[in-house]
Design a protein around this ligand. Structure first.
Ligand code: ZN
Ligand code: ZN
Length: 326
């Protein structure tokens, strides 16, 4: 299960020592408006619409199946693809799986992989300090300041940030990858597919236009809104509440219900100790479905060079915590 060995992040260009390009670039007003609509306003609006819809005509078993499958594909795509593979290089894998994981991540409609990765690598460098794109502690520690900070970490930063992480600075490795470049260029089509796919399946399954429409609503629109809020809760909730069994410079924490919904990503404390580790839930009882799937890919020969947690290092970090608290 555990392959051991020390984990390094040598594959990822270290900011400040890398390409010498600026860390951030200006965001145009047009782009900020797109972020506002797609990332902030629409998900809330759709969730508000989903409540009376569920009340009025309900969610049929067909739409539920389609929505759950689309949810799993999107969340695994973000957790395993965008996050553990492309951002942190926690493992390597064969090309068809790499492309499939990128496409699955694209189904979440959280932006092209280079953009997502650039913001997230900057988050790790400056976590909960000046320069972090989305720290809930940005405005201070007391009640209102924290509430405001959580809103900022959850969705606010998409619109308020006047500068975003420069892909040239943060992800030169991805920009050099022809598959990634093709994916980013085709991103609008990928995002459209995220809504067309459930509609198509619903239409064919029910052999009716109504079936296509309701599947589009539940499996496309509502699912995308839920996926967004679930993902962003790692930035807001799992940097504010929960347990911190490991000492880190930031306030990353473990929140079980976030971990459940994000298929493992809510075990966020260890992730900030060792970002390149393929498993985030490393303590007893911390179920990490994304790590299990990576393990399964490894067993079937699709993934290799997986950075599993080093038991000795894990023990040392826990002992360090016990020494400081005791
Ligand atoms: Zn974090
Ligand atoms: Zn990360």
């Amino acid at each position: 299960m555990i392959t051991g060995g020390s984990v390094t992040s040598s594959a990822i260009p270290q900011p400040g020592t890398g390409t010498g390009t600026a860390e951030t670039v200006t965001v145009t007003t047009g782009r900020r408006t797109v972020y506002l609509v797609v990332l902030v306003v629409l998900p809330v609006l759709l969730l508000a619409l989903a409540v009376p819809a569920a009340w009025g005509w309900g969610v049929g078993p067909r739409d539920l199946v389609i929505a759950v499958v689309m949810y799993l594909v999107s969340i695994f795509g973000i957790a395993i693809g965008y996050h553990r593979l492309f951002t942190h290089r926690a493992f390597r894998c064969r090309r068809p799986l790499r492309v499939a994981l990128m496409l699955a991540g694209g189904m979440a409609v959280e932006g092209p992989v280079t953009l997502w990765t650039a913001e997230h690598r900057r988050h790790h460098k400056y976590a909960d300090r000046e320069g972090d794109p989305h720290s809930p502690w940005r405005y201070g520690d007391d009640g209102w300041a924290l509430l405001r900070g959580m809103a900022h970490a959850h969705v606010g930063w998409f619109y308020t940030a006047r500068r975003r992480s420069s892909p040239r600075h943060w992800v030169p490795d991805l920009l050099a990858d022809p598959d990634v470049r093709r994916f980013d260029a085709a991103y609008p089509a990928v995002a459209a597919l995220s809504f067309a796919l459930p509609a198509l399946v619903g239409g064919l399954w029910s052999w009716s236009w109504t079936g296509a429409w309701t599947a589009f609503f539940w499996g496309g629109l509502v699912r995308y809104a839920v996926v967004h809020h679930v993902t962003w809760s790692v930035n807001s909730v799992a940097h504010t509440f929960g347990e911190r069994p490991f000492r880190t410079r930031d306030r990353s924490s473990n929140v079980w219900w976030v971990a459940l919904l994000t298929l493992g990503e809510g075990w966020h404390n260890w992730h900030h100790v060792e970002p390149t580790c393929a498993r985030h839930g490393v303590l007893r009882g911390q179920v990490d479905p994304s790590a299990r799937l990576i393990r399964w890919f490894e067993r079937t020969g699709w993934a290799y060079g997986v950075h599993w947690p080093d038991p000795a290092r894990l023990r040392a970090r826990l002992a360090e915590r016990d020494a400081s608290s005791g």
